[in-house]
Design a protein around this ligand. Structure first.
Ligand code: AMP
Length: 398
């Protein structure tokens, strides 16, 4: 029996088929650039943990419906699913669950209504997620389907952390509050860190740093999220690939009054032209590091700002948690950038955070500790795996 994980976005469809027993991958991949002249369908087939085949196909895929058709045909033609009864369940990533969902749920008509009600909070993501759910319900009507929310893990934040200091009616009428994102990843790496440290996650206080194109930090107390850096939208918090993270909200009014930019252009500026890209014109950390090594001053500044801002969150979360057991790095930059990990940790020795430069300086493929032997705080690099976590939560739910 198998479980299918679906992450249906506005122009991409990511998927993974896993064995129900042991959650080992069978096939994983992505259909990218949907609706663009040259769409890309790529997937990898596994036997055990070993990769047996990698396939890339290019053709025009006009919309999400066609993308799903292609995916389902491929799953059936390649023999990994022989009949729809081979599937135990389908788990869907849903970005915004608002304040209604603090755990995964079996998808019913009323769950779909709630996801629809949250569209104003995630206008790009929730409609695309809903579209994927609709198609899967039509194609596999007898298979249980589960929604796993990006926001759910952070629903344990106390009110003092999730409220903005704004008038109460804005919270009551417009649900303006902090929700947080990347919850599946923060939860997954926290559980992995607990396994590595041979403790129950409920015994641990952790700061988890999801540093990918999008980036967020979470303060995890006794296994529960008590604060996180993204807010009502994924724009708040750390400096990211193209998003600005924390800025003075007064800047938006200033730009609206004094620049040529209209409302949508300011939105686009803060979401797509800021962050690392805004400072050095690149958003790929590998390229930025290369440029910085060649002395390019904007690339150097971008890395300095990126790490400085992460440090500020570590300081804040240390203060909230009181005791810190582990600092966890994950996602593209967190897992791969030795430079970023070193710069973030340097200078935090008085917090008990002592990175071992030698342990840090290796390619890391599985959860690994990189602190010195004397370091009171453990420092871990944990490859995130949101698909496995969605599959695990889907199974628990059904
Ligand atoms: P993600 O969104 O998790 O896929 O992460 C994307 C980010 O990870 C991009 O900024 C990449 O440049 C960065 N990244 C991936 N591999 C490396 C690497 N070896 N060194 C530094 N950054 C990396």
């Amino acid at each position: 029996m198998k479980i299918l994980v679906i992450n249906s976005g506005s122009s991409s469809l990511k998927f993974q088929l896993l064995n129900t027993l042991g959650l080992s991958p069978v096939i994983s991949g992505m259909i990218d650039r949907i609706g663009v002249k040259q769409s890309k369908f790529s997937y990898t087939l596994y036997r055990g943990k070993e990769i047996v085949n990698k396939i890339d196909q290019f053709s025009y895929i006009k919309d999400t419906t066609d993308a799903f058709k292609l995916l389902i045909d491929m799953l059936q033609n390649s023999g990994v699913i022989n009949a729809s009864t081979d599937l135990t369940a389908i788990g869907h990533r849903v970005v915004h669950g608002g304040d209604q969902f603090n755990q995964p749920v079996l998808i019913t008509g009323s769950v779909l209504d709630s996801i629809r009600k949250n569209i104003p909070l995630a206008p790009l993501h929730n409609p695309a997620n809903l579209k994927g759910i609709d198609i899967c319900r039509e194609t596999f009507p007898a298979i249980p389907q589960v929604a796993v929310f990006d926001t759910a893990f952070h629903q344990t934040m106390p009110e003092k952390a999730y409220r903005y200091p704004l008038e109460n009616t804005l919270y009551g009428e417009h649900k303006i509050r902090r929700y947080g994102f990347h919850g599946t990843s923060h939860q997954y790496v926290a559980n992995c860190a607990a396994q590595v440290l041979d403790k129950s996650v409920s015994q641990l206080n952790l700061i988890t740093l999801h540093l990918g194109n999008g980036a967020s930090a979470a303060a995890i107390q006794a296994g529960q999220s008590v604060d996180t850096s993204m807010g009502m939208t994924p724009l708040e918090g750390l400096m990211m690939g193209t998003r600005c993270g924390d800025i003075d909200p007064g800047i938006i009014f200033y730009l609206a009054r004094n620049s040529e930019l209209d409302f949508d252009e300011i939105d686009s500026q803060l979401n797509h032209q800021s962050g690392l890209y805004g400072i050095c014109g690149l958003n790929d950390m590998r390229e930025i590091q290369q440029q910085a090594e060649h002395g390019e001053k904007h690339a150097k500044l971008a890395i300095e700002m990126y790490c400085y801002r992460i440090k500020k969150y570590i300081g804040a979360y240390f203060a909230i948690l009181g005791r810190l057991d582990g600092l966890v790095f994950t996602a593209g930059i967190g897992e791969n950038s030795q430079t970023v990990r070193l710069l973030v940790c340097q200078g935090l020795e008085h917090f008990g955070i002592h990175i071992d430069p030698k342990k840090n300086n290796i390619t890391i493929n599985s959860a690994t500790e990189i602190q010195t032997n004397e370091s009171p705080v453990k420092i871990l690099v944990v490859p995130t795996n949101e698909e496995t976590e969605i599959a695990r939560q889907t199974l628990t739910c059904i």
